[in-house]
Design a protein around this ligand. Structure first.
Ligand code: SAH
Length: 345
């Protein structure tokens, strides 16, 4: 049997040419392209307005390397977690997070992760490989279908806060976002997409140079070098001053404010000194701070700080006119919350 090609590696133009070369109309290429992308078909059999003979011809020549939802879990709070199987058998997770006003997809960019944040379950998996653009796109399309099924409306937002470091898989993440935002894909607005990075300065500058239109979030967790490099060891290679410069560069080019993600832990960053350092860091570029609830991943090296420490953060940030939100965690009962994605099932 010949080695069949993944049909989704073809551009629309190539698909049109394929049909012409095979004695059909170029237009057939448009129809199939629509099935492959905006309708997210998993098999040629799904393509009901394409003749049986043509579907057979496609089956003889191509495969569709679509991801398959392997297991789906639903949390008591409505959060849905998909473990999806990739064509080579590896698994990644993505999450649908519903609220009253929106549904958000939290998607993965790598199998495992390139980085080593000590508080994150995904970091323990190590990086197996980057996801390709289709695999990222498919996660979003799958969640969009579930959103329609369970919540009766389309997906409204996407965050790249699942497994992996998106900026260490730069090209594929950007290609996937192109498809997600294209009218021929899911037609979503880039304003509703947030890429979260642990802070890779060079790549943040590249985003600015590439004039991306989506939002940027940075997992800061500490604005004190020593502390940050302890809990996020990779960051020794990316000092806070480089991060600051990259963020200034981003803001100068995009005029879009940054979101800092920040967890407050007992005995790690729950001091006035830590808060003051954050306040100082927040003055560099327009930003807002999301204080994220800690999701325990093991038996206690990290503990959520006491509520008084969180209140101190909120009041001191607000006193300094810095916007701060507290993000409750969702889907904890099914290990779907931030930092918990570790293919447990
Ligand atoms: N690599 C990217 C995206 C994945 S992590 C990044 O670092 O931003 C998504 C968010 O979850 C990050 O802000 C991360 O710091 C946070 N996170 C990781 N582990 C967590 C945990 N156990 N509890 C709460 N948040 C966590």
């Amino acid at each position: 049997m010949k080695n069949k090609k993944d049909i989704r590696a073809l551009s629309k133009e190539q698909l049109r040419e394929f049909f012409v070369e095979n004695g059909d109309k170029a237009f057939r290429g448009n129809q199939v392209y629509e099935w492959l992308w905006s309708k997210s078909a998993h098999s040629f059999e799904d393509m009901t307005n394409i003749s049986k003979e043509t579907r057979q011809m496609l089956t003889d020549n191509f495969v569709i390397n679509h991801i398959e939802v392997d297991t789906m879990q639903r949390s008591l709070d409505g959060t849905v977690k998909n473990a999806v199987r990739l064509h080579d058998g590896l698994i990644v997770e993505s999450v649908l997070i519903p609220t009253d006003s929106r549904t958000t997809a939290c998607v993965s960019s790598q199998v495992g992760c390139s980085l080593d944040c000590t508080f994150c379950a995904t970091a323990r998996l190590k990086k197996m490989r980057n996801l390709n653009p289709d695999e990222i796109y498919d996660q979003v399309a799958a969640i969009n279908k579930e959103s329609l099924l369970y919540y009766n409306h389309k997906l409204s937002n996407i965050v790249f806060m699942g497994m992996g470091e998106p900026l260490m898989n730069y090209n594929n993440v950007l290609k996937a976002i192109d498809k997600i935002t294209s009218p021929e894909g899911l037609g979503m607005s880039p304003k509703r997409i947030t890429v979260s990075t642990s802070g890779v300065p060079k790549m943040i500058k590249k985003l600015a140079d590439d004039e991306v239109k989506f939002n940027l979030a940075v997992s800061l967790h500490s604005a004190i070098e020593e502390v940050r490099s302890k809990i996020m060891p990779f960051s020794r290679a990316f000092p806070l001053n480089d991060l600051k410069e990259a963020l200034e560069y981003w803001y100068a080019k995009t005029k879009r404010r940054i979101t800092y993600e920040y967890v407050v832990w007992d005995g790690i960053n729950d001091t006035k000194e830590a808060i003051n350092a954050l306040v100082k860091f927040c003055k560099y570029v327009p930003c807002k701070v999301n204080l994220i609830e800690y999701n325990p991943i093991d038996d206690g090296e990290f503990q959520q700080a006491n509520p008084q420490a969180i209140d101190d953060y909120i009041s001191i940030l607000e006193m300094n006119d810095i916007v701060v939100n507290v993000r409750r965690s969702r889907g904890k009962d099914i290990d779907a919350a931030c930092g918990q994605l570790a293919n447990k099932s």
